[in-house]
Structure formats: structure tokens, C-alpha cells
Design a protein around this ligand. Structure first.
Ligand SMILES: Nc1ncnc2c1ncn2[C@@H]1O[C@H](COP(=O)(O)OP(=O)(O)O)[C@@H](O)[C@H]1O
Ligand SMILES: [Mg+2]
Length: 234
């Protein structure tokens, strides 16, 4: 990915179970970022931050506007209008999404969950598991939990497993919806350290944070969803 450009993005939700009631999602959203940059979406709850991330991942469709994903070879794709198969390809090769909550099948261990993206990328099972353990240890998950399903973990532990899985084999663009929401200061900083590391490797990220310090520490740009402009990042 060379550049990601969001132009005049607008979303109106239609609630079919309420006779087609229209709900304003977001409007007039404009921002862009280059390879390796971190942009945060900022603003009060209900302003459409999560919905914009979902539009970028195309979990949600967009009412109007463009989401231009420029590839390094000069070609580009408008995510807002791309076909389902183009989106599947984009997600497989270039675009990752770290949701707010861990969603996993029962009876799969934390290590296996975190190793999976590496195995899909072609890493051997042993090596993938070693790297997964390293990542879990870095994020302060106790070793005695490694071989257990994270479904019984605490909220903060689950969130760290979710992040570990989301960033262990990062694609060129990563979307992060409040990845540190239920973490204490120490673990939040650990997550930010890891994100800074993958940013150095050239991964482009768009994130949403509750914590202002942490948002300022990692962001190159902050887009204010209320004022519809970049905020001062200092
Ligand atoms: N699937 C949906 N159907 C209808 N309304 C939705 C849907 N998803 C989000 N919304 C509405 O869009 C608005 C923005 O929500 P959201 O993107 O979650 O905001 P934020 O992440 O900034 O708190 C809210 O009013 C929310 O109720
Ligand atoms: Mg949200």
C-alpha cells in the first residue's frame, strides 16, 4: 500500500426493522495517509468512528464517497465500490482488522490462536508457536495460560490475545478499534510499544483510542471526526 485516501465519506444507516428509519452514521469525512503512517480517529462516542473503520474494512457499505487504496504498483481500488471478490483479495493480502473483542471458537488454546496467522503465511508450526509464545509473554500473559482457551480469560487478557493475533503477522494496512480499551497503563504501553515496532516496519495503521496520551504517543495524524479536520498532535 502506498497511500490511502478517504474522500467525502458519508453514511446513513437504514433500520429495516423500524420501517426504514434513517440514522446518521457520519458525513463529510476526509483524510489520507501514506505508507507507514499512523492516523487516529478522534471524537466523542456515537460520532461514527467505529463505523468508518468498518467502512474501510467493508464490513459496512458506504452511502457515498470514496476510499481509495493505492497499491505500490500504481494501481488503485475504491473500497467503497469494489466487488466482493476484490474485497476478499484485499483482506487476504493487504488489509487487517483488530476488533474490540476476541471472537474465537471454543477449545483452541491461546498459543494456537496467536500462531494461526503465521501458519497461514507459511511459517512452520513450531516456529509459529514459538513466536506466538514470545508475543504473549511480551504482552504479559502468564505462561500457565498459554495452552488454555482464552474464553475463560479476563477481559484484559482476552484483549491482549486479540491484539497478539491481530499484529503477529501484520498486513500492509491495519485497522484497530480501541485495542487498549480494557487494559491498565502498563499493558497499554506494551501494546503501544509493539504497534510502534510494526509501524517502523512500514505498516500503515488507523486506530481509535480512549486514552489521549496513548493516542498522541503513536499518532502521526489525528483526524477530529467532530470538527472534520486534522487536530493538533502536540
Ligand atoms: N449497524 C447499524 N445500524 C444502525 N445504526 C448503526 C449501526 N452501526 C452504528 N450505528 C449508529 O451509527 C452511529 C455511530 O456509531 P459508531 O460508529 O459506533 O460510533 P463511535 O465508534 O464513534 O462511538 C451511532 O449513532 C450508532 O448507533
Ligand atoms: Mg466505537
Amino acid at each position: 500500500m502506498e497511500k490511502l485516501k478517504i474522500r467525502n465519506l458519508h453514511k446513513e444507516f437504514t433500520v429495516h426493522t423500524r420501517g426504514g428509519l434513517k440514522i446518521n452514521g457520519y458525513h463529510d469525512i476526509n483524510f489520507e495517509l501514506n505508507k507507514g503512517e499512523f492516523l487516529s480517529l478522534y471524537g466523542p462516542s456515537g460520532l461514527g468512528k467505529s463505523s468508518v473503520l468498518k467502512a474501510l474494512y467493508r464490513t459496512y457499505t458506504t452511502t457515498s464517497g470514496e476510499i481509495l487504496f493505492n497499491y505500490e504498483d500504481g494501481s488503485s481500488l475504491d473500497i467503497a465500490k469494489a466487488s466482493e471478490s476484490e474485497i476478499l483479495h484485499l483482506r487476504k493480502e493487504h488489509l487487517g482488522y483488530v476488533s474490540q473483542f476476541l471472537q474465537v471458537l471454543p477449545r483452541i488454546s491461546a498459543v494456537d490462536i496467536v500462531a494461526q496467522p503465521l501458519i497461514e503465511k507459511g511459517e512452520s508450526e513450531n516456529k509459529a508457536k514459538d513466536k506466538a509464545k514470545e508475543m504473549l509473554s511480551f504482552l504479559n500473559i502468564k505462561e500457565e495460560l498459554f495452552d488454555i482457551s482464552p474464553l475463560t480469560f479476563s477481559g484484559g487478557e482476552q484483549q491482549r490475545v486479540n491484539i497478539a493475533k491481530g499484529i503477529i503477522a501484520p498486513k500492509s494496512v491495519l485497522l484497530l478499534d480501541e485495542p487498549t480499551a480494557s487494559l491498565d497503563k502498563t499493558n497499554t504501553n506494551k501494546v503501544i510499544d509493539k504497534l510502534l515496532e510494526i509501524k517502523k516496519d512500514g505498516v500503515t495503521m488507523i486506530g481509535i483510542f480512549h486514552d489521549m496520551d496513548c493516542m498522541k504517543r503513536i499518532s502521526d495524524k489525528i483526524y477530529d471526526m467532530k470538527e472534520k479536520r486534522y487536530a493538533d498532535n502536540h
